[in-house]
Design a protein around this ligand. Structure first.
Ligand code: SAH
Length: 330
């Protein structure tokens, strides 16, 4: 689709049902009915950045910070593998405590479990990304957040969008399955820029795209801003499926945070991945990028059971393989 077509659909709510059904069909035809579960380990909420929307921003003195060190992290990893996860995702704030040596050691240890490993630890240099890749990391998630240059600048003090693009192209060139995505509903974000976001996912040939509504956090400068619209976020996600038919698309936690059935609706509108948390309740609550995060009172076993039940209830199954992108040969 071209930019104008994307804008027209995003602006027209009379065809939403058609769009969601079509995205569901394209998902079925291209990646099948299996849902891939990725076990998420949020291992540090310490962050040097100041992203205006994020509760982990360094200026937030209200949250209790934590780091999960290697030995404890490996306990969660092992438990997740025993529960059947075939992919683990390590996510954190931008925490320089985990330098290249520490990350490489963790990656080596986790790869011994015979799982696919995704990192989501922010902006690094080419050499750092290369070291992680050489150590065995398979995938990397780094949302562009928004492709609107002005909005990006306002939302991310002290960094620039060119470096974020550079990171994504480095990751691609190093052979990572590269995930990106955007927030929907940031203050002053335009429909036009959301269309540009989708075109960027296509241009990058992203292997995974995560879309979530913006949720205001009390201890950020955007505390009083309006939250993102669930249906608009869902439309951006469905359009992403239409334009990149064979990629992996998660039903994001943020979707479920603003709509109690959010993940099921997303799975029925183009999504084929869910990322349940596999750390303890204590850490889940403290990894507060936005408030009201779901499942903070559940342990990893309960989460797994709950999400598996939901997946089966809509006639889908849980995949047993590592869930790499099944790119169609052109
Ligand atoms: N430091 C890593 C991980 C960031 S947390 C990185 O820079 O990639 C993962 C994602 O949470 C972010 O990419 C962002 O899109 C999302 N997020 C952060 N704050 C949010 C908020 N207030 N509402 C919704 N999503 C948010």
């Amino acid at each position: 689709m071209n930019k104008q077509e994307l804008i027209d659909i995003l602006n027209d709510d009379t065809k939403n049902d058609w769009l969601f059904k079509k995205a569901d069909r394209i998902r079925h035809e291209n990646v099948g009915d299996e849902v891939h579960l990725r076990g998420l380990i949020e291992f540090s909420n310490i962050c040097k950045r100041g992203c205006k929307y994020c509760g982990l921003r360094s200026a937030n003195k209200e949250i209790e910070r934590y780091r999960i060190l290697k030995d404890e992290l490996l306990i969660y990893a092992k438990k997740a593998v025993e529960m059947g996860y075939r992919t683990l995702v390590l996510q954190s704030g931008e925490d320089d405590f985990y330098d290249t040596d520490k990350m490489v050691e963790i990656i080596h240890e986790i790869k011994k479990f015979d799982v696919a490993l995704t990192l989501s630890i922010g902006e690094k240099t080419y050499d750092e990304y290369k070291a992680f890749k050489d150590a065995g990391a398979d995938r990397y998630l780094l949302r562009i957040e928004t492709t609107d240059k002005n909005l990006y600048k306002i939302m991310h003090p002290g960094v620039n969008i060119e470096n974020r693009f550079r990171c994504l192209y480095d990751l691609k060139s190093l052979g990572y399955e590269t995930g990106t995505g955007c927030l929907v509903g940031l203050p002053n974000q335009t429909i036009e820029s959301l269309a540009e976001d989708i075109l960027f996912f296509k241009k990058l040939n992203a292997d995974m795209v995560g879309i979530g509504p913006f949720i205001p956090h009390e201890q950020t400068p955007l505390a009083k801003a309006q939250k993102g619209d669930f249906w608009l976020a869902l439309k951006v996600m469905a359009l992403t499926r239409l334009n990149l038919p064979d990629i992996n698309i998660p039903a994001t936690t943020a979707m479920e945070t603003i709509n109690p059935k959010g993940r099921i609706i997303a799975l029925n509108s183009g999504a084929n991945v869910v990322m349940p948390n596999v750390t303890s309740q204590e850490y889940r609550a403290k990894y507060e990028i936005y408030p009201g995060k779901i499942c903070i009172n559940e342990n990893p076993e309960q989460c797994r059971g709950c999400i598996e039940g939901k997946i089966l209830s809509i006639g889908r199954t849980v995949a047993k393989d590592k869930g790499f992108r099944r790119q169609k040969q052109k």
